[in-house]
Design a protein around this ligand. Sequence first.
Ligand SMILES: C[S@@+](CC[C@H](N)C(=O)[O-])C[C@H]1O[C@@H](n2cnc3c(N)ncnc32)[C@H](O)[C@@H]1O
Length: 264
Amino acid sequence: MSKVYLVGAGPGDPELLTVKAWRLLQRADVVLYDRLVSPGVLEVVNPRAHRIYLGKHEGQQQQIQEQIYAAFLRFSGGGGTRRTIVRLKGGDPMVFGRGGEEWMFLSAHGIEAEVVPGVSSSVAVPALAGIPLTFRGVSQSFTVVTGHCQKGAPEWTRYAAADTLVVLMGVKHRAEIAQALIDAGRCLDMPAAFIERGSTPEERVVVTTLGDIARGEVEVESPAVFVIGEVVNLRAMFARKQRERDCLVPVEITVAASAGMEAA
Ligand SMILES: C[S@@+](CC[C@H](N)C(=O)[O-])C[C@H]1O[C@@H](n2cnc3c(N)ncnc32)[C@H](O)[C@@H]1O
């Protein structure tokens, strides 16, 4: 019996792969990978593996999904050959990646499957850009939501009260999202940030406000993580040597008494 591993590739930097993902990529026979899997991660793949790009572009999602299912059936069958098949997805496979649906398909067809979690862009990308999603006295919780729903828009009034709101796939509808959050009670000057291509050499961070986004004044490209909340201001307290992932250095952390901060 062949086995399919639903593997998280992390946000882009190959050093953010888990040890388990790295080992599997090195011994994989087949790798079916998504649009968000970075070139650096693909370099880790066994050079003898059969690599198949199955990235979903707008308007073709269902068609590509059918091709993914066909590939599962094709490679897991195969006359007694036992194959290691890696279904490689950006970030974590169970966070907005249809990983759950693919797992269900494999299970319904009696194909052995295992999930290998990955580092999700939703938490790692803001952190790498110097934005902690929680911080004592500033934000006690965070909510992650998609900005792109299959059926209609998300109910933004439900999410407007979150301490920190993280929106994935929110670039295209950013102005509508910002306006909906303002209509639901968020301030015009609420800090917000977009982190494009986080953890890669092309990373770009845009720090702005909900008001500017709602007015259509903020240029951003996908993929980006959209973060809304006071924690965005904490970015000013962190410095990072250019292009080095591993040296987030707290410069000086002075939290005003008005922020309700307990003594450390
Ligand atoms: C289909 S969702 C997949 C999320 C993924 N499973 C995860 O856990 O990170 C795709 C969205 O994730 C975000 N994303 C993924 N990787 C990113 C990166 N390296 N930099 C910025 N945003 C990223 C973007 O919002 C993008 O539109």
